[in-house]
Unconditional design. Structure first.
Lengths: 226, 226
DNA sequence: ACAATGTTCAACAATTTCATTGAATAGCTG
DNA sequence: CAGCTATTCAATGAAATTGTTGAACATTGT
């Protein structure tokens, strides 16, 4: 192998690796990856949840597919996209944990837009499991209902913010509550938690999101399909 | 928190995360990350090893620094760049392992340029440790000498390809050899191994590169600084 | 103070990326 | 088959990325 073709190979090789990197190099694509780590979505669903045009989402999905980061399965006129490998979520997790630790702007943003957040009591997965065993706690899934249906923490109630008001009637005033959502920075659960606290409830927020819970192999519950 | 500022925050947040992703989204930058996972380098060293202009390398390093993926320490007129966190190497590892599994072009490239490669006998870290304990093996570090000096597998000899010929005189014909380099796809060790095999030596190639060895917490040896 | 050296910055042209629009495709339904 | 819908494709323009060149900066050694 001569020196020139060695250089050539090296360049081509790193270019292939970079294909994968590019998947994670755009804010909108990360948002899509985040949604896909909850559950598979159709193009339209992704477009609506990200407030992007369908064409734009489709284009991003082509990039993700090119990087072999997502898979499609067609079902009638629908195209269901999902993460191609559990490791994709793993990489995304490591990347955002590192970013959260090292890029101070992230913490800064979270604080600036939502400064009451830090006053919320957090709880980790191990502790939540203990409380579930004791049976002394009500769990609230703050994500959109379709994500809840695709899988949630056992015995959790589906309470997206829009439905919070109607749920208040059902919740006994003296119970303890844990809320969770997509991820630690996703804030859906924080909003729900703050509103509940205003109503006088004792509320905790789960540190991790549902995908981490599932990835850790902890028990989950799915909506039965009838 | 109203709906608009929620959207705004979400966008800004993912933008921050994407800063980190961008670090891994370019072939040249990945090459730089790979070199920095061997040992810290100056701008000039990186430029020479990557065949890029100094200015271009400097620019890439700014991107990496912006993503908080590398740190600089200045020493005289030199700027020593290093990975800012072990997790950076972890992410890069996961990314390229996933890429190697899922992007078929990578395997294809390796085969096309170097089809004898697959005929080389490989050996993993655990097995190598066993052989070291037996004392029945000679280890060859095929990386450039500066990377060897910064840290290598204990008792390994520094034999970059250029020095192979002069080293042949020293190697007893009947000994068994294990060669390693920067990573599994780095091929420096494969080239050395093929040449050694032609000379009649019994050669193995270590599956992992030196950074993986170090990251696994296995023993390493450094050149003493006199 | 001066020149030498390693690094960064600024300006540029070439290329790529991104979101939008509107058209094309492909699978359902009546 | 026609009409409908979900998705993809193609074309556009705006913006960002990349590598080059040459100048600017900062530290070292004379």
């Amino acid at each position: 192998m001569d020196n020139q073709s060695r250089q050539e190979l090296k360049a081509l090789l790193y270019e292939q690796f970079a294909r994968m990197g590019k998947a994670f190099a755009n804010a909108r694509r990360l948002e899509i990856i985040d949604l896909l780590s909850q559950t598979p979505h159709t193009v339209e669903e992704l477009a609506s949840k990200t407030s992007l045009s369908v064409a734009s989402v489709s284009q991003h999905l082509q990039v993700l597919r090119n990087a072999r980061v997502v898979d499609v399965t067609r079902e009638g006129t629908y195209a269901w996209y999902r993460l191609s490998d559990d490791r994709v979520f793993g990489i995304w997790c490591m990347m955002r944990d590192l970013a959260q630790d090292r890029i101070s702007e992230i913490d800064h943003l979270l604080r600036q837009y939502f400064n009451e957040r830090e006053t919320l009591e957090t709880i980790d997965a191990a502790e939540l499991l203990r409380r579930i065993a004791e049976g002394s706690i009500i769990i609230i899934d703050a994500r959109p209902e379709d994500e809840y249906r695709a899988g949630h923490i056992p015995s959790a109630l589906s309470v997206p913010i829009e439905k919070l008001e109607s749920t208040l009637a059902v919740l006994p005033k003296n119970c303890e509550i844990v809320a969770y959502c997509r991820a630690s920075y996703c804030l859906l659960s924080d909003e729900v938690a703050l509103l509940l606290r205003e109503q006088g409830y004792r509320v905790h927020v789960l540190l991790e999101g549902f995908p981490e819970w599932r990835a850790a192999g902890l028990p989950i519950e799915k909506e039965s399909l009838n």
